[in-house]
Ligand binder design. Structure first.
Ligand code: ATP
Ligand code: MG
Length: 156
């Protein structure tokens, strides 16, 4: 299905706007308006972004920022969820997409969650023919980068 990604990013950002304002986190969408459509299931894509943004909010202190970026590169869309939060230690990064894997039990217990979100996100993105990876620096922030195939129909 051809999907307007910008619309989904805006929906997700609207959904978390109140929570971000309460936590003094600035949340914004950074895209160009004329992005091509992607080929995806919109509900699944929403589920992926919902998890990534809620992860970012859980791990970003007040005065931080979360940015949702989308840009088309060659024949894929590249989407980034960037946060300025606590980051993920390098020794945990290789295992972060495993089911139930969570960084540091004490910190995870406080923040809640089951450790399934990222494994589901990976499953969904790969089922669409895309890729997903995470870059992170402790105390600087985390960026989740995923790709999706473009829809053949062209501009949204
Ligand atoms: P669930 O998504 O099932 O509610 P969860 O958020 O703990 O639970 P995942 O979304 O799979 O599970 O994330 C796994 C772990 O990766 C988290 O517990 C957290 O330790 C770490 N993590 C994920 N996203 C971030 C982020 N943006 N910044 C710092 N750590 C993160
Ligand atoms: Mg999660």
């Amino acid at each position: 299905t051809p999907v307007n990604l910008v619309q989904i990013l805006d929906d997700v950002a609207d959904r978390f706007a109140f929570q971000c304002r309460q936590q003094e986190i600035s949340l914004f969408v950074d895209t160009t308006s004329s992005l091509p459509n992607v080929c995806a299931d919109p509900d699944k894509l929403d589920q992926v972004l919902d998890n990534l943004v809620s992860n970012a909010i859980k791990h970003t202190p007040p005065k931080g920022m979360i940015r949702l970026e989308a840009a088309s590169a060659q024949d894929v869309m590249q989407v980034k969820v960037v946060d300025s939060g606590m980051g993920i230690p390098p020794q945990d990064l290789p295992r972060i997409f495993e089911r139930f894997y969570r960084v540091d039990k004490a910190r995870s217990r406080k923040l809640g969650g089951t450790g399934l979100g990222l494994s589901i996100a990976k499953q969904i993105i790969e089922a669409h023919g895309g890729t997903i990876r995470i870059e992170s620096v402790v105390d600087q922030g985390t960026t989740v980068i995923f790709t999706l195939p473009l829809a053949k129909e062209g501009i949204a």
